[in-house]
Design a protein around this ligand. Structure first.
Ligand SMILES: [Zn+2]
Length: 167
């Protein structure tokens, strides 16, 4: 227990060490489904315990007295974890989490407050509010697209961000 204490570094008290330890890390299930966001410190503990593997790193290092640890930005649980149904509920928050706050049309990354949800197939054309038909979208793209299909206004849907690049 409390094994993470060993990795508290001298830098931990500095601004930089503090923010590195608390940087948000996306947690994926073994199936690559996004399930949570945790702090870097917690993510590193999960990786060191062999519970999760690093999928992407954020470029920062944490230094303990002997080793430098790459700070993950995405980790994946090695064993599939059953998630209670309600936490996978279709919600604005979960769609933005899945799309990693990235507009699925122009690729811009924005805070949640500056993103909206777009119906890929507009509701006016029978599009449903489902995981498959809802994507994160910036206000500008949302205005441009209106009630049209993306291809009708010269827009192209960006690649899915569901599957992280393994580095
Ligand atoms: Zn956009």
């Amino acid at each position: 227990m409390e094994s993470h204490r060993a990795f508290r570094s001298h830098n931990d008290h500095s601004e930089r060490g503090y923010s590195a330890m608390h940087a948000p890390v996306l947690v994926l299930n073994a199936s690559y489904e996004p399930i949570n966001i945790c702090a870097a410190r917690r993510a590193i503990v999960l990786v060191l315990k062999g519970v999760a593997a690093t999928e992407e790193i954020n470029g920062h290092f944490l230094h303990s007295s002997r080793v430098a640890i790459r700070v993950p930005s995405v980790i994946r649980l090695l064993e599939y974890r059953r998630i209670p149904h309600q936490t996978r509920a279709l919600s604005r928050k979960n769609i933005l989490l899945r799309d990693r706050n990235t507009c699925q049309y122009c690729g811009v990354v924005l805070p949640a407050s500056e993103l909206t949800l777009d119906h890929v197939v507009p509701r006016s054309r029978g599009g449903l509010s489902t995981w498959e038909n809802l994507v994160a979208c910036c206000h500008e793209c949302n205005r441009r697209k209106g009630n049209a299909m993306a291809h009708e206004c010269g827009m192209r849907r960006a690649h899915s961000h569901c599957t992280p690049v393994v580095t």
